[in-house]
Ligand binder design. Structure first.
Ligand SMILES: [Zn+2]
Length: 288
């Protein structure tokens, strides 16, 4: 922890984040921690982003950030070149030339308590939170309150159709919006949420007995078969929108812990940029 009056360094930020999101808590396939940067460099202003893409790097540089903390790994799979002629190599070059460090907290931030899905659950005012998918007993991430996704009670029950509209209003706006699967009139009291791709937790949402499960990147066959088997209703939000809420929690923690300035990116990095709903004869909603 940095002491008052001294400028926090990249190493101080790494230490603070490693305490909150220990790298050992990440999934085995994941790649987290300091990606690039000089540990002794100052890190007085930190940009918090979901994705490290040219546009969020532009934002961070324009804001004068000395470090970027991202959710998604820039380099997840092995690379044999970071030449500036490649998409990711170009990003690496820009960051190094600008003396901007990059740190990633991914599945270790998902599993933490509070973690990525706590910030998502907070958007819905869910209470009585418990994890959707608990870490394997005895694994490094195993511990009270920890796990991927959260289950909780809505402040007031609402139909699936109402919940989908509510979700679109409380989540960061995207072109994708929110779509729901299941009976639109089904009442929802208990909701499971999982930031990012939650496709693999459908069975756990069913086993937990929730009324609905909100996540991202759901697919035709798994969703259809899940519903046919009597599983909870599904809400499919934009991936970025389910993880963006966590950036506020991350930034607040960095400010409290290190006294740094933070910049939170609101740039929608979801790849989907257009959503067109087919007009319906019985649709009273005006359409653009
Ligand atoms: Zn994600």
């Amino acid at each position: 922890m940095s002491t008052t009056g001294s400028s926090p360094t990249v190493a101080d930020v790494v230490a603070a984040l490693d305490r909150r999101y220990p790298p050992a808590w990440a999934e085995e396939w994941d790649r987290v921690g300091l990606v690039l940067g000089e540990p002794t460099n100052p890190a007085r202003r930190i940009a918090c982003v979901v994705d490290v893409v040219p546009e969020t790097v532009d934002e961070a540089l324009a804001a004068g950030a000395e470090m970027i903390v991202a959710h998604h790994p820039l380099l997840l799979r092995g690379v044999s070149s970071v030449a500036a002629t490649t998409y990711k190599g170009r990003i690496v070059h820009r960051l190094i030339k600008s003396d901007v460090a990059l740190y990633v907290a991914h599945t270790n931030a998902d599993v933490a308590d509070p973690g990525v899905s706590d910030a998502l659950a907070a958007r819905f005012g869910l209470t009585g939170l418990r994890p959707l998918h608990r870490p394997r007993p005895g694994s490094p991430a195993d511990g009270p309150g920890r796990g991927i996704g959260r289950i909780g009670e809505l402040p007031a029950p609402m139909t699936l159709a109402e919940l989908a509209r509510h979700a679109a209003a409380v989540l960061p706006a995207t072109a994708w919006g929110v779509r729901a699967a299941g009976d639109p009139g089904r009442m929802v009291r208990t909701l499971a949420v999982s930031g990012g791709s939650g496709d693999s937790f459908l069975a756990e949402a069913t086993a937990a007995g929730v009324d609905a499960f909100l996540t991202a990147d759901l697919r035709h066959h798994p969703a259809g078969e899940h519903l046919a088997a009597g599983g909870p209703a599904l809400l499919d939000a934009a991936h970025w929108a389910t993880e963006r809420p966590w950036l506020d929690d991350l930034a607040a923690h960095l400010r409290d812990e290190l006294g740094v300035e933070t910049v939170v990116s609101d740039l929608d990095t979801d790849p989907w940029t257009v959503h067109a709903a087919a007009p319906r004869p019985d649709d009273k909603e005006p359409r653009p």
